[in-house]
Structure formats: structure tokens, C-alpha cells
Design a protein around this ligand. Structure first.
Ligand code: FAD
Length: 290
């Protein structure tokens, strides 16, 4: 398993997505150029998230791993996957030296069936049986939207861990208390797997509304106030969003999180502002000090 999660210092990772539609790979590599200068422990690359491309995940993850020398995490989903199609991707990743996979069921796409795997746990079980990847899986501090209760969702999370998940990454959340309650329940259920906390900085009112509708995260009153006050002013909203993310992360770091996973939204300038604001806290707790 990755050493970042064995160390007492929290891991620091970034998530990016492949270009949408006709967007160019060059723009993603320009994003990675900037993110790489922030010395993350890992960079993960999404796969078809929100209906975006599944085409370039392998190529981007391989380049992160080999040209930037940063450990890459390739996301993979069950949507439309067969054992044959999955093997093709996993063999390529393995040959390219990518050793981390985030195994997901995937966002359901209308008109596209799931394929041979119904849940992330099926994917994890298959990968652990046939390959030697370090496997990451998703978890949901406010429960997955389809789960009847948080308890039922944690029972299902245990299936992913029992199938071999090595590291968990949370869905975005805005209230750390929701995460602390969730972590207590997960630990009480006997799940001791490291949990990286997924943080999405708010960059605009429309972005946060879209994300909240998609994943069901609760907006605390303090964020609602900021949206009401600054939502019409993109500069002010961005500043308030960065300040909120910095405060949220510094509180998580004070509370023994296993890692911070920043949903960068391919906006390296925001990741840079956050990383710089946290430098004294984050970097002093990590191996790679500068
Ligand atoms: P599962 O673990 O299969 O869970 C889905 C639902 O089924 C839950 O309600 C769960 O309680 C239940 N369940 C789980 N296992 C079982 C079981 N064995 N039996 C019965 N019920 C079960 N989506 C993308 O399409 N591409 C991406 O790149 C992507 N990246 C993501 C990264 C992170 C960090 C996170 C948190 C999410 C990401 N997603 C991505 C979204 C994710 O695919 C969706 O949230 C999806 O709806 C659920 O995925 P999962 O892997 O958690 O599914």
C-alpha cells in the first residue's frame, strides 16, 4: 500500500478531469504543469465523471506517473465495463507503471447499462484477484444519495473494504462535523482503512449549485450567507470560497485526517492559493518540506 498513508503525516492529493468535448489534452497538461509545482503526493484522474470523457484517463494518468514522476491514481468505473474491456485498461495502466486505481461504480449514464460489474465492490474484488494495484474507493460522509441510511451505506462500504480497498476518499462535504460523525461510525464498524477527505473549493454560485444537486451535499448556513452576499460577484465569491476551503482544511488537519484530496476542477490557480495559504500547516506536517 502507498507509504503516504502509513506515515503519520497526512497525504495531499489533487483530482483533475480529462478534457470535455473537443477540449485539448494540451490544456490538461498545462494544468498538471502548475499542479506539479505544488508537490502533491498523488494526482488522480477522473473517468467519465458527470458524463465527461472516458477516453483519456489512461493517457493522462500514465503521463503524470512517467513524465511528472508523481504517483497517479486512475479512476475506473463499472459503467459499460466488461471483464475484457476492463482487462484492456488495467493491462495498459500496469504496463505504464500506474499502480493506483480508484474503483467506482460510476455516475449512472442514461441509456448505458452498468455492464458485468454492478458495484464498486465487484470491481475491487476482480482487481484484487487478478492484479496487484493499490485500490482506492469512494465513501460518503452524508451517505450516498441512493442509500436508505448512513448505516446501510457504511455496511456497503464495509463490502468494499472486505473486497480489498486500501484507501478511501470521501465525497465532497462542507461541514467538518458531518465528516467527524461519519468517521466515528466507520471506525466503530471496524473499518480502519485510511480516509482521505475530499474538499471542493467553491468557485462560483453556479458550480456549487450543480455539485450539490449532483451529490446531495448539504450547504451549511454560513455558505448560504456567502452565496447570498457574493454570489453575483465572481471575484468576491471566489475569494470567499478559497477562504472557506482553507479554514475547512486547516480544521481537518488539526483533527488527524489521513489526507486531503482537493477537487481542483482543473483550476490550478485556486489549488495554488489554497496550498500557499496552508503552507505553514500542511508542509510542516509532511515529509516533503521546503
Ligand atoms: P458503490 O460503492 O457501488 O455504491 C453505490 C450505491 O450502492 C450506494 O448507495 C451503496 O450504499 C450501494 N452499494 C454499494 N455496494 C453494494 C453492494 N455490494 N450491494 C448492495 N448495495 C451496494 N464517477 C464517475 O463516473 N467517474 C469518476 O471518475 C468519479 N470519481 C469520483 C471520485 C470520488 C472521490 C467520489 C467520492 C466519487 C466519484 N464519482 C465518479 C462518483 C461515483 O461514481 C458516484 O458517487 C456513484 O453513484 C457511486 O459510486 P461508488 O463507487 O461509491 O458506488
Amino acid at each position: 500500500m502507498n507509504s503516504y498513508f502509513n506515515s503519520p503525516k497526512p497525504a495531499y492529493s489533487f483530482e483533475i478531469f480529462p478534457p470535455k468535448g473537443t477540449g485539448s489534452l494540451a490544456s490538461v497538461f498545462a494544468t498538471i504543469d502548475e499542479l506539479a509545482s505544488l508537490s502533491p503526493d498523488l494526482i488522480s484522474v477522473t473517468y467519465g465523471a458527470g458524463g465527461t470523457s472516458r477516453e483519456n484517463t489512461v493517457e493522462i494518468a500514465s503521463k503524470i506517473q512517467n513524465s511528472y514522476n508523481i504517483p497517479a491514481v486512475a479512476h475506473l468505473t463499472c459503467v459499460g465495463a466488461t471483464k475484457v474491456s476492463l482487462d484492456t485498461i488495467l493491462d495498459k495502466l500496469q504496463a505504464n507503471g500506474v499502480s493506483n486505481i480508484l474503483a467506482l461504480r460510476g455516475d449512472l449514464v442514461e441509456g448505458e447499462p452498468l455492464g458485468e460489474f454492478k458495484h464498486a465492490s465487484d470491481l475491487i474484488e476482480y482487481m484484487k484477484r487478478h492484479y496487484s494495484f493499490t485500490v482506492f474507493a469512494a465513501c460518503y460522509p452524508e451517505k450516498h444519495p441512493e442509500a436508505p441510511s448512513l448505516e446501510a451505506d457504511i455496511d456497503n462500504l464495509k463490502k468494499k473494504v472486505d473486497a480489498g480497498a486500501d484507501v478511501l476518499i470521501t465525497q465532497l462535504f462542507f461541514s467538518n462535523d458531518d465528516f467527524f460523525r461519519f468517521r466515528d461510525k466507520v471506525r466503530a464498524a471496524g473499518i480502519n482503512t485510511p480516509i482521505e477527505t475530499g474538499i471542493m473549493p467553491i468557485t462560483s454560485a453556479s458550480q456549487v449549485t450543480r455539485m450539490v444537486n449532483l451529490c446531495g451535499a448539504t450547504l451549511p448556513e454560513t455558505i448560504r450567507r456567502k452565496l447570498a452576499a457574493y454570489g453575483h460577484n465572481s471575484m468576491a465569491m471566489k475569494e470567499a470560497g478559497i477562504a472557506y476551503a482553507v479554514e475547512q482544511i486547516s480544521d481537518l488537519l488539526a483533527s488527524e485526517t489521513d489526507g486531503i484530496h482537493l477537487y481542483t476542477m482543473n483550476q490550478p490557480s485556486i489549488a495554488k492559493r489554497i496550498s500557499e495559504s496552508l503552507r505553514g500547516i500542511l508542509y510542516s506536517r509532511r515529509v516533503k518540506c521546503d
